[in-house]
Design a protein around this ligand. Structure first.
Ligand code: OOG
Ligand code: NI
Length: 478
């Protein structure tokens, strides 16, 4: 195709979409603007206090622009359309989260996250959207009659206008759009995620709400909306204090790993409940009245190193230990228990995480490496220790099912109901991939690729036949 005017590339579309969504959400949920302001202040203060080291997990420019959003849809068809819209922005479905299992209350959804996948694209703009799909077929939540009504209701609505989907397919195929098409695409895409002013059928909404507030939020209305937009912060404990000082009531925990002296791993998140927002509702006799719904909230996060499968198994095991100890000592603060568990079992340095194969790093040759003609030592660990290689942590770009369930739960008005005597319907990663109509990418494979590519590059430069490997530590199981 011959471009005749200025064009907008996929990453520019993605960055512009994130900015416009942020402007829209700020207009609709003013506390979000406070959150963004406080995050920016905290990030600047951290950079001032810690210097360049503060940018080890991403430049201030990336971190300041960084957002994730969350949306929820009702049917595989809708999910397939979401994949087309985000595909236009160079975002692909990564990971599978079953929140039906992760949450104690009724959260009848399975989820994935759309995000850029390669390092360069992530550095340009890492915008990601946690996307959940309702599971009306799961009899633990919905009986046959409610399921049928829900599916009929969902089949009749249209979340994305055909014009938007056509533009999205063009952007995905050409990896860019002409400037005026880009403008139209952005306008339609942002509009699709605004909160609708259309009156809500009150009886229907309340019927679903008795089963699950999440089901009502998804299937009780004829549109979708972004339900939170999350900035990234370099010191989430400090942010928590400053938000509380400003009188914004946060949930009572920071989800994920505890605050401690060692390396930050994975993801820490916290949130505040949004206020009830006025919404027009249609009553049974057809009158439209003003009511209120509490469906949107604010969240903030801090990101650390991506863990390997082994690292993740350790993380999950430590969470279990914390749970056990917390239930045995109900008077002890969970935070204190968590910190003690971490200090005892989590490696206290990036070097140790790397040596034990628990986290991902990219490696590059040091500019000031030994050049006296000596042969490089074997093994990544020695190469780093002897100054040949520099290791940089790979940032965790994904989500955590337990934290996500905690965020869902802390923002629900009511628990809803679930009948655990019934057998849940199998909705696994393969099923979700089928619903998406595209491959669901494995986050571990993506991180590993990033690490391996950097090692292959090192091998090429040093003229080695094989990329350097991690040598097993003594006593490590094979
Ligand atoms: C998504 C909740 C999950 C996160 O950051 O873990 C999430 C939702 O509320 O729809 O966004
Ligand atoms: Ni979130």
């Amino acid at each position: 195709m011959i471009a005749t005017g200025p064009t907008v590339s996929q990453w520019q579309l993605r960055a512009a979409f994130a900015v416009r969504l942020s402007e829209m959400y700020g207009r609709e949920v003013p506390a979000y603007t406070t959150l963004v302001d406080v995050s920016r202040e905290v990030n600047e203060d951290v950079l001032r206090a810690r210097g360049a080291g503060a940018e080890r997990f991403g430049s201030l420019a990336r971190v300041t622009a960084e957002r994730h959003g969350a949306i929820r849809v009702g049917t595989p068809r809708e999910l397939g359309q979401v994949a087309r819209v985000f595909g236009a922005l160079g975002m692909h479905p990564v990971g599978f989260y079953d929140l039906r299992e992760a949450a104690a209350s009724a959260v009848p959804v399975v989820s994935t996250a759309f995000r850029p996948v390669d390092g360069e694209e992530l550095a340009r703009n890492p915008f990601r959207v946690f996307t959940s799909l309702l599971t009306p077929a799961d009899p633990r939540f919905f009986d046959a009659e409610l399921r049928a009504r829900l599916e009929t209701f969902l089949a009749a609505r249209e979340l994305f206008p055909p014009e938007l989907l056509t533009l999205a397919d063009r952007a995905a195929a050409d990896r860019e759009l002409p400037a005026d098409d880009a403008e139209r695409f952005l306008e339609l895409a942002v509009r699709a995620f605004e909160l609708s002013r259309e009156p809500v059928d009150r009886a229907w909404y309340r019927t679903l709400e008795r089963v699950s507030a999440v089901a009502a939020d998804i299937g009780g209305v004829r549109s979708t909306h972004i339900n939170h937009l999350t900035p990234r912060v370099l010191d989430i404990d400090e942010l928590y204090r400053r938000m509380t000082d400003r009188g914004i009531e946060m949930i009572d925990t920071i989800q994920g790993p505890p605050a401690w002296q060692g390396p930050d791993v994975l993801l820490r998140q916290t949130s505040f409940r949004a206020l009830a927002e006025p919404r027009p509702m249609r009553t049974e006799d057809g009158a439209v009245v003003s009511d209120a719904l509490r469906v949107r909230f604010g969240e903030v996060e801090a990101r650390g190193i991506a863990l390997t499968r082994a690292g993740r198994a350790l993380y999950d095991d430590l969470l279990d230990r914390i749970d056990t100890q917390a239930s045995e000592h109900p008077t002890r603060a969970r935070d204190a228990i968590a910190r003690t568990v971490w200090e005892r079992h989590m490696p206290g340095s990036e070097e140790e995480l790397a040596a034990r194969g628990l986290a991902y790093f990219t490696y590059r040759l040091a500019d000031d490496r030994p050049r006296d003609g000596g042969r490089p030592p074997a093994g990544i660990g020695e190469l780093v220790r002897q100054g040949w290689l520099r290791a940089e942590p790979v940032v965790y770009e994904d989500f955590l099912p337990r934290s996500a369930a905690g965020i869902f739960q802390s923002n629900l008005g009511a628990e809803g109901t679930r009948d655990d005597d019934r057998q849940g319907t199998v909705h696994d990663a393969d099923w979700l991939s089928g619903a998406l109509g595209r491959e669901l990418l494995d986050p571990f494979a993506l991180y590993e690729q990033q690490q391996n590519r950097s090692l292959a590059q090192v091998a090429r430069t040093l003229g080695l036949t094989d990329p350097p490997r991690r040598l097993r530590t003594p006593g490590e199981p094979r």
